[in-house]
Design a protein around this ligand. Sequence first.
Ligand code: ZN
Ligand code: ZN
Ligand code: ZN
Length: 73
Amino acid sequence: MGTCSNCNGTGTISCKTCNGSGELACKTCRGSGRSSSGKYECNICGGYGNHTCNLCDGSGDHTCNLCDGAGHF
Ligand SMILES: [Zn+2]
Ligand SMILES: [Zn+2]
Ligand SMILES: [Zn+2]
C-alpha cells in the first residue's frame, strides 16, 4: 500500500488545461467577451469571456488515472 505520487494521495489531479479553474479564457476575444470591433458580443463565448473547460467539465480537476481516485494503491 503506497500513496499515489501522481495525485499525492488526494485521488484527484488538477486540470492542467485550465490550471484548476474550470474555465478557459476565450481565445477568440481573449477574455474580453466582445468581438474584435468591440461592437458585438463574442459569438464564441456568448460575451462571457470564458468557456467551461471541456476537459474537466468545469470542475477544475480530474480523477487520478493512476490510482483511479483512491489516492493510494
Ligand atoms: Zn492518484
Ligand atoms: Zn469570446
Ligand atoms: Zn479543465
